[in-house]
Write a protein that binds this ligand. Structure first.
Ligand code: NDP
Ligand code: 8X3
Length: 252
């Protein structure tokens, strides 16, 4: 019987690439995000290419009531979720602490921290009921070491790091694994969102070296999900070879 993965932020970047890797490995996939049109076209593409089944759920992870109502609306045959990938997230702005836009801070906290908490709590009953499951949280190298003008984005990912550790302890009695994956710079829509559509600022982030691709990260997500039931990667940092840590990339 095919396994089932629930992926947040599957309309782009890591989430979309992960949906493809899971589908290619014969998993059924629940894909989520706010852009319903993209979810529909990804569903069609994955079902046609891989012959698996895809269910789409369009919601904003910041909206607590919507998260719970939508996840609870899953038909019974889509409730046997083996793996939850908490991937939806974003950075907004790259500004000094004293100049940053407060609403950007709020959106990052509401999405990267509170959204991850809401989705986890909404999906968990499906896992605790079956006494098995795996939650994979997308942190960042930014959560391991803060960098200049990263203030609240870095803080939101440090929260993901810490929350993952706490989740792992508390969910042990339910036989649920918790993995935190912390990628470095990867070329997706991330920087276009961060710089609010400024293409030259976004492109500059990846100039002069080869960053990670969405597929590189998706392959690692899938690897963590495909290990035997008694094996759990707790914490994993991956960067491109040119990147040493959250703030030093060799552009030579
Ligand atoms: P993308 O911008 O390409 O994708 C982000 C995804 O998150 C989209 O599918 C978007 O869907 C979804 N999303 C954003 N906000 C919300 C929301 N409020 N509700 C529901 N879905 C939302 O970025 P990446 O793939 O690069 O990023 C994925 C994750 O990885 C993020 O958590 C990011 O912080 C993290 N990360 C990224 C790195 C990078 O360098 N790219 C490195 C390390 C970590 P939609 O707009 O349709 O709602
Ligand atoms: C995203 C990567 O380097 O912009 O988390 O923080 S970085």
């Amino acid at each position: 019987m095919s396994k089932l993965v629930f992926i947040t932020g599957a309309t782009s970047g890591f989430g979309k690439a992960a949906a493809e890797v899971f589908a290619a490995n014969n998993w059924n996939v629940i894909i989520t995000g706010r852009r319903a049109d993209r979810l529909q076209s990804i569903k069609t593409e994955l079902e046609t290419t891989y012959g698996i089944s895809v269910y789409t759920l369009a919601f904003d992870v910041q909206q607590k009531e919507a998260v719970f109502a939508t996840v609870q609306s899953l038909p019974e045959n889509w409730q046997t979720i083996d793996v939850l990938v908490n991937n939806a997230g974003l950075a907004l702005g790259r500004d000094n602490f004293d100049e940053a836009v407060m609403s950007d801070w709020e959106t990052m906290i509401d999405t990267n921290i509170k959204g991850l908490l809401y989705v986890s709590r909404a999906v968990l009953p499906y896992m605790t009921k079956r006494k098995q499951g795996h939650i994979i949280n997308l942190g960042s190298t930014a959560g391991k070491e803060a960098y200049e003008k990263g203030n609240v984005y870095c803080g939101s990912k440090a929260a993901v790091d810490s929350i993952s550790k706490g989740m792992r302890i508390d969910l042990l009695p339910h036989h649920i694994k918790v993995t935190a994956i912390h990628p470095g710079a990867a070329e997706t829509e991330f920087s276009m969102i961060r710089f609010k559509g400024d293409e030259s600022k976004a492109a500059a982030v990846y100039a002069g070296y080869m960053p990670l691709s969405a597929k590189d990260v998706a392959d690692v997500i899938y690897y963590c999900a495909s290990l035997p039931a008694h094996v759990c990667i707790n914490d994993l940092v991956l960067t491109c070879t040119a990147q040493a840590n959250s703030f030093y990339t060799y552009k030579g």
